[in-house]
Design a protein around this ligand. Sequence first.
Ligand code: ATP
Ligand code: MG
Length: 285
Amino acid sequence: MNTLKIAVQKSGRLSEKSLQLLEECGIKISNGERKLKAVAQNFPIEILFLRDDDIPQYVEQGVADIGVLGENEVWEKDKQVNIIEQLGFAGCRMSLAIPKDEIYTDLNYFQGKRIATSYPKILNNFFAKNNISVLIEEISGSVEIATSIGLADAVFDIVSTGSTLLMNGLKEVETVTKSEAVLISNKNLSQENQVILDKLLFRIKAVREGKRNKYILLNAPNSAIDEICSVLPGMKSPTILPLVEKDWSSLHSVIQEDDYWQIIEQLKNLGAEGILIIPIEKMIR
Ligand code: ATP
Ligand code: MG
């Protein structure tokens, strides 16, 4: 039977979340102990465990049909692949940092400076666009120590909390871009594989939509229903069920995670009681 080959990171910051995503899509993977390959039991997909640096090339060549990795790695490798879905995890920014006692003015600070990074292509594009010439020192890891050992004047690296920079006496002065995990695909997928990919994407979207939304239930006096409905968007409109208690109803709806605290406050002010917020596992609009 035809299977879709998906490349995920073998071990690192993306591994667990990549496998978790497949699991949330209802895909059961048989050999848990991460060899090079694993086969799903209930979905026509095969998992290849690779270093994230290699994934763009493998997907370009068709060794893997699709892959999960950070956008940063996709941009840096610059291979012929399609980015087909943002996955919402492994969020980070790519920033320029300098020794903390330096006085930073603006981007011109970097004119003629030596900058250490593992992402020379992204950095080069950025400074070329800003008409600033810099010397890029490409190193493969531990970029944050480059200034203290005298290799460079500044560093360009991935930052999530910024604590690694601080610990190394650096301060973040410019965010060049933001990145998160994405799903990429080969540009010439066979029709059979495209069908499998569409099924997978349908599930991924349902999982992501579910995460972005919450199910809300509340009780309210009938006199407040109209106003309450106006603050509850819902998939279509809220469901309203009568309570045994006279002149009261129960309302059910769906709200976006981002704004639910604000909505709850409004609902309370409008007289809602017994508000329940429940996670949604999958959501199909
Ligand atoms: P590999 O051995 O597979 O090459 P790696 O060392 O290159 O692994 P990791 O450190 O596991 O990579 O990071 C993988 C990806 O996780 C990064 O490319 C980036 O997209 C994302 N990421 C999110 N937050 C961070 C962070 N704080 N530091 C590094 N990467 C992060
Ligand atoms: Mg890597």
